[in-house]
Design a protein around this ligand. Structure first.
Ligand SMILES: [Zn+2]
Length: 90
């Protein structure tokens, strides 16, 4: 069906791996993010913070930003994933 509809050619093993591992992991991750967003916006009344490096709007919490006591909002201006990338380069 995939081949006919989308002209995609994947082996049966690839597709079954996709169904068994990738898709549940993707759904779980998506669900985790949406619950986190919901919780942050409705319960904690949190806000979004824009990363100065990648420019992405991310929830202002310690999952996305490292704590920085010296800054106004208590977090670094660069998100955790950008900070990781930066540290790898050095
Ligand atoms: Zn970033």
């Amino acid at each position: 069906m995939l081949r006919e509809d989308h002209n995609l050619i994947y082996s049966e093993e690839y597709i079954s791996t996709l169904y068994r591992n990738k898709i549940p992991a993707f759904i779980a991750e998506y669900y985790r993010i949406s619950v986190e967003d919901w919780y942050h916006l409705n319960k904690v009344k949190g806000t979004y913070k824009k990363c100065n490096r990648c420019g992405e709007q991310k929830l202002m919490n310690n999952t996305n930003f490292s704590l920085n006591k010296g800054s106004k909002d208590g977090f670094y201006s660069i998100c955790k994933s950008c900070r990781k990338k930066k540290n790898k380069k050095q």
